[in-house]
Each structure stands twice: as structure tokens, then as C-alpha cells.
Design a protein around this ligand. Structure first.
Ligand code: OFO
Length: 168
């Protein structure tokens, strides 16, 4: 069974994943309203990934003798200023999330809770992929916005984002 402290940490992380989903949802909706249909589709897709992370943690807590606690999710931040701001904020959020995952893994190691240590490795790997994925999209954005052909390049990027993979 997971320890009480581990149960608390995992419950907090579960709510963090739900919050991340809310941020992707709100940014996706903002992008859609601002006519970036491709970026919106990509962000909606990533919202689903975060919900899966949340559910994965919920199942793990319950399977390991704990009890998942569904709590209030805080409101997402204000709309980003533009696509570049949106992507940078998402990257920042993923970097912060990686730190939180590391804390859980560190605690599992300290407690010799090998089941959670192993469970946490999936998230460690996932965070590497997510940071790489968002960095890749930022590179594309930077490239798209330096080309001096008016909005054509950003238009093409948005169109390509509709089919962009969710994997890093
Ligand atoms: Fe994008 O992060 Fe969940 O874990």
C-alpha cells in the first residue's frame, strides 16, 4: 500500500494534471476564437492527454489501497497575448510539472516505494517527450514568424498543426 504522504502527493498531482487540462482547454478555445483552427485542434488534443494523465494517477491511487480525492480545479490563467506567448506559457507549465513529477519519484525512492517509483518513471519519460514536443512547436513558430511574407507562414503553420503528433 502507498503511504499516507504518498497518497497526498499523488492526489495533489492528480489535481495538477486536471488543472493542466484546463489550461490547454482554455488556450485551445482562445486559439479557436482567434481563427487558429490548427493550433486549437492541437491544444484540444493535448487537453485529452492531460486528462489521461489525471485518470492514470486516479487509478493508481485506488489500485494501491489509497483513495483518489476529486477536488476543485483552479481557474486557468488569463488568455495569452499571442501564439508565441501561448506556447511559451505551455512550455513553462510543462517544465514546472516535470519538477513535480521528480519530487514524487524522489519521495518514492526515499520511502523505498518501488511500485510508485516504477509508476513515476512513465511520467518522467512522458515529461521528456512533452517538453521536446512543445520546444519543437516553438521552433516552428519562431521559423514561421521570422519569414517576411505577411501572415502566410503563420497560416501554413496553423494548417500543419491540425495534424501534428501529440508525441515528442
Ligand atoms: Fe503535460 O503533463 Fe501531464 O504529466
Amino acid at each position: 500500500r502507498i503511504s499516507d504522504e504518498m497518497e497526498r502527493l499523488l492526489n495533489t498531482q492528480m489535481t495538477t494534471e486536471a488543472y493542466q487540462a484546463q489550461v490547454y482547454l482554455s488556450y485551445a478555445s482562445w486559439a479557436e476564437v482567434n481563427s487558429f483552427a490548427g493550433i486549437a485542434k492541437f491544444l484540444y488534443g493535448h487537453m485529452n492527454e492531460e486528462r489521461e494523465h489525471m485518470f492514470k494517477i486516479l487509478k493508481y491511487i485506488n489500485d494501491r489501497g489509497g483513495e483518489a480525492k476529486i477536488e476543485a480545479i483552479k481557474a486557468p490563467p488569463a488568455n495569452p497575448a499571442n501564439i508565441g506567448d501561448c506556447l511559451n506559457k505551455i512550455l513553462q507549465q510543462e517544465i514546472e510539472n516535470s519538477t513535480k513529477i521528480d519530487e514524487i519519484v524522489n519521495f518514492a525512492l526515499a520511502e523505498k516505494d518501488w511500485a510508485t517509483f516504477n509508476f513515476g518513471q512513465w511520467f518522467v519519460k512522458e515529461q521528456i517527450e512533452e517538453e521536446a514536443l512543445i520546444n519543437e512547436v516553438i521552433d516552428k513558430y519562431n521559423l514561421a514568424s521570422t519569414v517576411t511574407e505577411g501572415n502566410r507562414s503563420l497560416y501554413e503553420m496553423d494548417r500543419d498543426m491540425a495534424g501534428h503528433s501529440q508525441e515528442g
